[in-house]
Design a protein around this ligand. Structure first.
Ligand code: ADP
Length: 163
């Protein structure tokens, strides 16, 4: 059974993330969405809220793709989280070159800890490539329309949160 781990902060989950999840489903039998506690990033949504939004979107994606998708909050090292969930593959999304430097280092460090876990990079469809949770939150705070960037349920939660 091929298990993939797709880690991130998901603050909140965007259409960029869901596009990557849909693509990852074609590669694995079970996809675990690792929701990082990541208090250092100062998330807008609590861990519980982020997990609930991920679970709601994944239920739809699971029905659509036929792949089992589960959310798994984690606070430890990514490679240890991969071991915890039995993942042989770590999935990451790549946006522009800006993501590359950081991801390059991550792969190197993770490989040094466990060379048997492979990292696979996926690119979202062109119209979703520029989406970043950080920018979505800024746009929403300034009263902009984020309906092209996040699922409808997430947009609702975002507007309720921002007030
Ligand atoms: P963000 O950087 O938007 O806050 P996360 O930290 O939750 O998102 O990112 C989790 C993973 O999803 C990372 O591998 C990130 O590069 C990837 N990702 C996020 N948004 C996109 C997107 N629009 N296209 C491709 N990959 C993405």
């Amino acid at each position: 059974m091929r298990i993939g781990l797709y880690p991130g902060t998901f603050d909140p989950i965007t259409l960029g993330h869901t596009d990557i999840i849909r693509r990852a489903c074609a590669l694995v039998d079970r996809l675990v969405i690792g929701v990082a506690i990541n208090t250092g990033k100062g998330p807008l949504f609590s861990l519980e809220e982020r997990v609930a939004m991920v679970e709601a979107e994944c239920a739809k994606l699971s029905a659509e793709t036929g792949t089992e998708i589960v959310a798994h909050p984690f606070q430890n090292l990514l490679i240890d989280c991969a071991h915890d969930v039995g993942a042989q593959i770590i999935i990451r999304g790549l946006r522009a070159v800006t993501d590359f430097e950081y991801e390059y280092q991550m792969v190197g460090m993770n490989r040094a800890m466990d060379d048997s876990v492979e990292t696979v990079f996926l690119m979202a469809e062109a119209r979703y490539q520029a989406i970043a949770s950080k920018l979505v939150k800024e746009i929403a705070k300034l009263g902009g329309d984020v309906s092209n960037f996040v699922p409808a349920d997430v947009q609702e939660k975002l507007l309720a949160k921002i007030g």
